[in-house]
Write a protein that binds this ligand. Structure first.
Ligand SMILES: [Zn+2]
Length: 602
């Protein structure tokens, strides 16, 4: 049993900066992909001749909750059109993916696992009563094909077997039939056991492999949480052990792991694929709901407030395939690629730099975060992520006004028709916690709310900025859930073209970011002064950061990575200062599109 369960898009109403972020997403690529991107617009899932595998399901995974959270009638209608087309193409035996009967054996059934999950997302948002039976038939057919040996898990399906448990759990809760438990066993048996691969994670290879693939690893962290109950196994927190190893050998300052696109070590100039950012967020949302362990919510915050906004443009029309911690330019490499298995454009902001998976998959990031703001357990409501939202259920109404994570003040207004317990998760970094102006011990806050009452609760705390040491003698500035970087001024150069029948035209063209200011600095001392500003219309604005940190630094001889004049060296050539002390203004990592995040201290 999960510790917490989720509310639906009907009950959660994003407010403040979170709502503005979702609105930007709806106006940007997410809200328009079905109008201009061939792999969604003309997909085989809706009778066209383009991609009939993961891209439409990926897009719907974000587009559906986005449409329902914003209560946007046009977007809801467009989501329904896709769902209707998909379910009307379901074969009498239950098979739902767009391939012929003869092709099933060679069709990577990752798409079966994925579309079943997306149908649960659609059901949670729409309440469409057709859906449970559709999913039942998909899974029953899948079970029959797998158990008879007609098809087998291979490649992506083999490495993403646990994704199927979202739909298997959903169906078991409703039908309680034993074959679902048998399907669970088959998935695990035919699926890859990541505990067998951990030695491979300790030394990056210049070779593409499923078992070091960054998106697979981001997804798999939840495998035990989603599968243990149906398999009748005990939860052992294997996620923590696997997370620990990934972090030790491939961690970044923003809670991602390097992967361009397989694990890439601890270097600040290797990339992290956007798909892995949103999949890791989703894993942490489920891990937090399953365990109630605050560490997953805290790691989720760092991903959501740093790695996610950093790699998508302000207007949410363009994104990178990979982001780097020290990213001094986003310009095509003229010769070979610096990335291990990604091409020379993987770090550009564009429509589908390197490959189009992230174009479809990034859409789930913000909407699913918004659906995780409040969670419940029986008669208890938890404020799991303190970001601006409203919760409206039949018997309670909670409003949370805040600019967190940019400001550490939370104002709750609660009205209830029945008694309930209200829990506020307080981040472990919080200092000098005050409730309605009175100092209290830090830790979880628990309030008993009485029926018929109206309560206002103001929670305030402070976060202290600090330098965290990183590998290679470098350091990163952090404060609360925000990571800070030295921003680099840049010129954005628009690139419009067509390739393989896919147009790049403004606003969905590619951009190169060319650096215009110096980046070769070292921090001098520990003086870090936080300065709060207004949160603008674009919450993680690349022009108007909502908070900055002032510190001092000196220039050093840093140098370039051998053979690449647009990539800084992994570590500086020297830490001898070559300038006087200078005031540096650090920006949130999520706002600084070009940045230095890991610097030496002198
Ligand atoms: Zn991707």
């Amino acid at each position: 049993m999960s510790r917490w369960s989720f509310y639906t898009s009907k009950e959660i109403k994003p407010q403040g900066w979170l709502r503005r972020q979702l609105e930007l997403q709806a106006k940007g690529l997410s809200g328009n992909l079905d109008k201009m991107w061939p792999d969604v617009k003309d997909s085989a899932w809706i009778g066209g001749n383009r991609d009939g595998w993961e891209r439409v399901p990926y897009w719907l995974d974000g587009f559906i909750p986005l449409a329902y959270l914003l209560e946007d009638a046009d977007m809801i209608k467009r989501a329904e059109r896709y769902i209707d087309a998909i379910i009307s193409a379901q074969k009498p035996d239950g098979w739902i993916c767009p391939c012929s009967d003869g092709e099933r054996k060679g069709y990577d059934s990752w798409a079966v696992l994925l579309i079943s999950k997306i149908l649960t997302v659609y059901y949670d948002c729409s309440g469409d009563e057709r859906i449970p039976e559709i999913i039942y038939k998909v899974l029953k057919n899948y079970y029959e094909l797998l158990s008879s040996g007609e098809i087998k898990l291979f490649d992506w399906g083999r490495f993403r077997w646990y994704e199927g448990f979202i739909a298997v759990n959903f169906t078991y809760q409703r039908y309680k039939e034993d074959w679902l438990k048998e399907l669970a066993v088959i998935l695990k048996e035919q699926g890859a056991d990541y505990n067998d691969f951990t030695e491979l994670w300790k030394r990056p290879l210049n070779r593409w492999r499923f078992d070091t693939h960054i998106v697979n690893l981001a997804m798999m962290l939840k495998y035990e949480a989603v599968s243990c109950e149906l398999l009748g196994e005990e939860y052992t927190d294997s996620a923590e052990r696997l997370y620990g190893l990934l972090k030790q050998y491939n961690g970044t300052p923003v809670e991602t792991f390097t992967g361009d696109e397989c694990l890439s070590g601890l270097s600040p100039i290797q990339g992290t694929e956007l798909c892995s950012v949103v999949e890791q967020m989703y894993s942490y949302e489920l891990l937090y709901a399953h365990t109630g362990d605050n560490k997953w919510a805290e790691r989720l915050e760092v991903l959501a407030f740093n790695a996610l906004p950093a790699t998508i443009s302000d207007d949410m029309w363009t994104h990178q395939y990979v982001q780097m911690s020290n990213q001094i330019a986003c310009q095509r490499f003229p010769g070979r690629s610096m990335f291990r298995t990604n091409n020379s454009e993987a770090h550009l902001f564009g429509l589908e730099p390197n490959f189009g998976c992230c174009t479809a998959n990034f859409n789930q990031g913000w909407p699913k975060l918004a659906l995780s703001v409040f969670m419940k357990d029986g008669n208890t409501v938890i404020s799991s992520l303190p970001i601006p939202s409203e919760l409206c259920t039949v018997d309670k109404h909670i409003t949370l006004k805040t600019d967190y994570p940019f400001k550490n003040s939370l104002c709750y207004t609660i009205e209830a028709k029945t008694d309930f317990t209200f829990v506020v998760r307080i981040p472990s970094f919080a200092k000098r916690l005050r409730v309605n102006g009175e100092g209290v011990d830090c830790g979880e806050l628990v309030f008993e709310v009485k029926a018929g009452s109206r309560r206002e609760i103001t929670v305030e705390f402070e976060a202290e900025a600090y330098l965290e040491s990183r590998p290679n003698g470098l350091n990163t500035v952090k404060c609360g859930s925000l990571v800070f970087s030295l921003p680099i001024k840049y010129a954005a150069e628009k690139i419009e073209y067509e390739r393989d029948g896919v147009e790049r035209r403004f606003p969905y063209c590619d951009y190169e970011y060319i650096p215009l200011s110096d980046w070769n600095y070292a921090y001098c001392g520990d003086l870090l002064v936080l300065e709060e500003r207004e949160v603008s219309d674009v919450p993680f604005s690349s022009e108007l950061p909502p908070v900055v940190i002032k510190t001092v630094g000196k220039k050093i001889n840093w140098g370039y990575e051998d053979g690449f004049e647009t990539v800084c060296a992994k570590i500086p050539e020297s830490t001898e200062p070559i300038s006087d002390e200078k005031e540096l203004t650090l920006w949130p990592y999520g706002c600084a599109k070009l940045r230095m995040t890991e610097l030496p201290k002198i």
